[in-house]
Ligand binder design. Structure first.
Ligand code: ACO
Length: 327
């Protein structure tokens, strides 16, 4: 069973928030943000735009590229930590919006690793049953809705965006997905979480007053864990697929911090020229980031058939992983 990526799409809202804009909101400066993170600007949704609105744009672009109609979709998986609602799922909303009349769907929550977890899930479904011909995998996050705009430790890092990958089940063809390694460690509430809004701390005056509906993060701890986990996962998938790091055309890491990405590349080791980075334009778009990279790369003709592409991510949960694909 060969599973291929037939279409890519991405979307970022029109409004751009630059580092200079942030200087007017919190005590920070362009130089600090650029040197510590590589971020120059991020896109911010309009108030009326929610996760599904970003996702819809990305989805339509991926379907257009592939020349596939929404009615042909078998399933829609939306990786997100900022769904429109607790329920119905963003995937349900999208099914209706797109007119994907034959698709089932669900949201998948694995923070910044969500796209990789969703790809693995889609691949499992499609390998198990050929009736799933086209599966749309989406990463969409409106991080601006869950960032405390008074906290300089976190607000400078994130941006909004969405990406979509359309997978096709092609019996008899070579599988594009060569190896994967995914992991979680639930002992991390202290270093990366959004504490309220779930059943542990339902929304109340107190949770709002205590700013518990925002991302809480111990950046330095996350930094170290992120580098170690991504390097380890990348090595595992290369070994499993019997592909050497020298054969990898592109490393496409989750765009959390330029220094994290460079540290991963240095340890693998792989030259920086082979690491795709667009964090400068978007900031950390959580589940969307890897798909936004792939879409930009595809549309700029940076990917050729047969290229080995190593995807890796890390996020809240903790969650992490790597997937090796052959385009
Ligand atoms: N502007 C100016 N100064 C700042 C800012 C800011 N925006 N933010 C923090 N500082 C200050 C701190 O207060 C601290 O000051 P102090 O020394 O007087 O206490 C100083 O800068 C250094 O802070 P550090 O935390 O040590 O800075 P560091 O070099 O670690 O960079 C950063 C911080 C960018 C957050 C980094 O640790 C990082 O990228 N961590 C990983 C984040 C990440 O990957 N998250 C992904 C998961 S998100 C998800 O899954 C939803």
């Amino acid at each position: 069973m060969g599973i291929k990526i037939r279409g890519t799409g991405s979307y970022a809202p029109d409004k751009v928030l630059t580092n200079a804009d942030l200087e007017k909101m919190v005590e920070t400066n362009d130089e600090w943000i650029r040197t510590r993170t590589g971020i120059c600007q991020r896109h911010i949704s309009a108030p009326e735009q929610a996760c599904s609105d970003l996702a819809e744009q990305a989805a339509r672009r991926a379907l257009d590229m592939a020349g596939v109609a929404p009615e042909e979709l078998s399933a829609i998986i939306v990786a997100t930590i900022t769904p429109d609602h607790v329920f119905p799922s963003t995937a349900c909303l999208l099914q209706h919006r797109l007119g994907a009349t034959k698709a089932f769907g669900f949201d998948l929550e694995a923070a910044c690793s969500g796209l990789l977890f969703s790809l693995e899930t889609a691949r499992g479904l499609m390998s198990a049953n050929a009736k799933y011909r086209y599966v749309l995998v989406i990463g969409s996050d409106k991080m601006s809705a869950v960032v405390n705009w008074e906290d300089r430790n976190t607000c400078v890092l994130f941006g909004d965006g969405a990406s979509a990958l359309l997978l096709e089940n092609c019996p008899g063809e070579e599988d594009s997905f060569l190896a994967s390694d995914l992991g979680v460690d639930g002992n991390s509430l202290e270093i990366l979480s959004l504490p309220a809004g779930g059943s542990r701390n339902p929304a109340s005056m107190e949770t709002v007053e205590n700013k518990m509906h925002y991302v809480h993060m111990a950046g330095r701890d996350v930094f170290k864990l992120a580098v170690n986990a991504m390097v380890s996962s990348c090595r595992k998938v290369l070994e499993e697929a019997n592909v050497s790091i020298d054969q990898v055309r592109w490393l496409v890491p989750h765009q959390a911090n330029e220094r994290i990405m460079k540290a991963v590349a240095q340890r693998l080791p792989l030259e920086e020229e082979r690491v795709f980075m667009n964090i400068g334009k978007y900031g950390n778009t959580s589940a969307a980031s890897i798909g936004i990279c792939l879409d930009e790369m595809k549309r700029a003709d940076l990917i050729n058939p047969g290229d080995y592409i190593l995807l890796t991510a890390f996020g809240g949960g903790l969650t992490w992983g790597a997937i090796l694909i052959r385009w």
